[in-house]
Design a protein around this ligand. Sequence first.
Ligand SMILES: [Zn+2]
Length: 401
Amino acid sequence: MPSVLARRYDDEQPCVAHWDAGYWTSVRRATPSELRAVSVAVEGLPYLAPGLVDLQINGYQGRTFTDPTRRLTVDDVWEMTRALAADGITSYCPTLTTHARATLLHGVAVIASAFADSDAHRSCFAGIHLEGPYISAEDGPRGAHPAEHCRAPDWGEFEVLQEAARGTIRIVTLSPEYPGACGFIERLVERGVLVAIGHTGAACEQIADAVSAGARLSTHLGNGAHARIRRHPNYIWEQLADDRLTASLIVDGHHLPPSVVRSFVRSKTAERCVLVSDITSLGGMPPGRYETGLGAVEVLDDGRLVVAGQREFLAGAARPMLDAIRNVMRFAGVGRAEAIDMASTRPARLVGAAVPRLEPGAPADFVLFDPRAFDADAGTDPPRVAATYRRGLPVYQANAS
Ligand SMILES: [Zn+2]
C-alpha cells in the first residue's frame, strides 16, 4: 500500500499516511524508528497538506473556458487541468463568465464531457461556476464582463445551460438587483446550486432578500464593484455583516489592499472566507496589451491585469492560489493551517465536492510543500510545491524533469 512520510500542515507533527485506491486508509504519527529510517530531521520533511480547491478558474496559460470563437476543446480542458497541478490544484471549478448564450452553451458542454469520461477526470472537477451572465451591466460592478451580454435572470436559459452541462453547474454568481432575482435564487437552491452574490450594484435590501432566498457566497467580495460608492450603507458592508454568507477573496496583492483583506478576514472570520485565484488565460504572460475575444486587456508591469485603456478596473487575475495562501498569511495574520484550509477543505465543503481532509476515508488529494515553504523568512514568494497527488497518483513533481 503506498504511503508518505511528511510533516502535517496543521500541527507540524511527522506523520505516516497510507492510501489505497485513491483514498486514505490511515494517517498517524510517525514512529521514532520510521523517522530514523529516512535519516531526515523533522524540519527537513515536506509539509503534507490537503489538495487545493479553487472555485474560480477562468483559464490558464493562453487557454480560456469562455471562448466566443467556440474553439474550446476537451483537450484544452485536460491541458489546463494538468498544468494546474503544478500549483497544487487537485480539483476546481472551471468558470464561465458573461457572454452570449451560444458561447456559454459550447463551454459548459465541452467542460462537462471533458470530465465525464473517466473517474480520474471526474475527480478534478468541483462543478462549473457560471459567473454571470445575470450580473449588473453597470461600469464598475460588471468589471471586465461585456456590458452587452449582462442580462436579467432567465430561468429558461439557465435550464438549457444546465442540461447542456449535464447538471454540473454548481455555482451561479449573480446580481440580485433585477426584478425576479429572489425567485430565481430559490429555484437554483432547490436544484442544489450554490448561489453567489457578485458583480452587483444591488441595494442593501436586495442583498438581504437574496440571502433570505438562499444565497450563501459573496463572489470576490470587494471587487466587481463601483469605484466610488456611498460610504454606508452599501452592498459591501451588507454582505460583510451577514454571517450566512461566506466570502471568496482574491488575495493576489492587487485586487484588495492588505488592510481590506485583514478587515474582511477579521469581520467574516477565517471560517467564512475562502480563497480563489480568479486566474485567467493571461496568467503568467508578459506585460502588454492582449485581445482576448472578451475585449482588450493589459498586463501591467507590476503584474496587474486591467481592462485596456485605464488603470482602475481590473480584468481578472494572473497569479495562482499559492500566492493567495502566502498573502493572506502576511496581510491578515492568518496561520499556515488556516490559510491552507481557506484554499482547500473549506471551498470543497462549500461547493459540495469531495473534501480532501487528511483522514481515513477522505480522498488522497494532497500537496507536498517544500520543507522551507512556510519559514518565517520565506518572504513574499508563494510556497513551493514539491509534488501534487490526485486520488493517490502523482500529477506533478517538481524534480521530475
Ligand atoms: Zn468576477
